[in-house]
Design a protein around this ligand. Structure first.
Ligand code: SAM
Length: 342
């Protein structure tokens, strides 16, 4: 539903709202489901059935879709995956999207393995920020978690991003028995570097459906653990922020904790997702609200695509729990995050 923002000081004809009055201005797009790491909390080590290439949206389809979304009010795009840099010619797509009228902020989520050579170009085209997934600063634990020996290239990417003054957020999934000892070293990284460290609750998107019945390392426990080691100062959370944000006094970077499994931020959720196969998700936990690839490929007009999108935005679940409950036969949640993009 497109409607007036009724704040008289801010008449805004272009804002897009969902059925619950939440503005939608942010799309996260998985450009591939393939990845060059095998993080155990995201994908099985073997036996992954990747999508056939023809099932991925083409660059032309992605550009058309983002242009349609931009005309509807989307201003922020994040490219993710799978690992976005595993897709051939990703930089061509990034350049094209950066030129789409209405797209003000372009962001990227990457594991950093193949990213370093592209950092200067990312800087040049004005990338707004890069989220780098890094669960540990210990090389052997990195191998144990990701099942690939790629720690050095990731660290090279991190330092190049910092050298180029591209805003960086490190995403670290907190995993019981796996990387608790990494929480403090990761925070220490923010002492001398202007990098935000965000600790994320582990979610059920493992590709195998083997999540814990109850989560031990909830955002509350993560926060409590950090507070046992530091005096944290609360800093304001940006509008639509998914993280609770803090600062260690004197440290250059900030600390964030993301209640991704506890789902405390759904009331202000401003984001939609497009999976690698072109399915719209209006919540991370739903099982697909609209098959956009099918619409694009059967020759639907821009207006037809828009009206289908609006219909989906207009029946959005209240929160991630409602979205999960509506999944019908597709329970428990078991798909890999690599098809969704995080
Ligand atoms: N390959 C890129 C990367 O590693 O950043 C982008 C895709 S990855 C699926 C996006 C984010 O999802 C990463 O930060 C990753 O840690 C997170 N993620 C994947 N599976 C997860 C899970 N089961 N629980 C919480 N976060 C998860």
């Amino acid at each position: 539903m497109i409607r007036l923002n009724l704040d008289p000081t801010c008449i805004d004809l272009t804002t897009l709202y969902d059925n619950r009055g939440r503005p939608i201005n942010y799309v996260r797009l998985a450009v591939t489901d393939r990845c060059n790491l095998r993080c155990f909390y995201c994908m099985p080590e073997e036996g992954i059935r990747y999508l056939p290439k023809k099932h991925l949206l083409t660059f032309e389809e992605i550009e058309r879709l983002i242009s349609i979304l931009a005309a509807m009010g989307i201003t922020k795009v994040r490219l993710t995956g799978g690992e976005p840099f595993v897709r051939n010619d990703l930089m061509k797509l990034i350049n094209k999207i950066s030129e789409i009228p209405g797209i003000q902020d372009l962001h990227l989520t990457t594991n950093g393995v193949l990213t370093a050579p592209h950092v200067p170009e990312l800087k040049k085209l004005g990338i707004a920020s890069v989220n780098l997934s890094l669960d540990t600063l210990d090389k052997s634990r990195f191998f144990a978690i990701t099942r690939r020996d790629e720690f050095e290239p990731v660290m090279k990417t991190l330092h190049l991003l910092l050298d180029h003054e591209i805003p960086v957020k490190i995403n670290a999934v907190v995993m019981d028995g796996k990387n608790i000892d990494d929480i403090i070293p990761l925070i220490e990284l923010s002492k001398d570097h202007a990098v935000d460290i965000r600790f994320i609750e582990e979610m059920p998107f493992t590709g195998e459906g083997n999540h814990y019945p109850t989560l031990t390392w909830t955002y509350k426990k993560i926060l409590q653990y950090i507070q046992e080691h530091y005096t944290l100062v609360k800093i304001p959370d940006a509008p639509f922020s998914t993280s609770y944000n803090y600062k260690v006094p004197g440290y250059k970077g900030n600390i964030g904790v993301i209640a991704a499994f506890s789902r405390t931020f759904c009331g202000t959720c401003n984001r939609i997702r497009l999976t690698a196969q072109g399915t719209l998700k209006t919540c991370l936990y739903d099982d697909g609200a609209l098959d956009i690839r099918q619409l694009l490929r059967r020759g639907a007009s821009d207006d037809e695509i828009k009206s289908n999108l609006l219909k989906a935005f207009n029946s959005r679940a209240k929160d991630g729990f409602e979205a999960e409950a509506r999944r019908g036969n597709h329970l428990p949640v078991s798909e890999s995050m690599s098809t969704i993009g995080g």
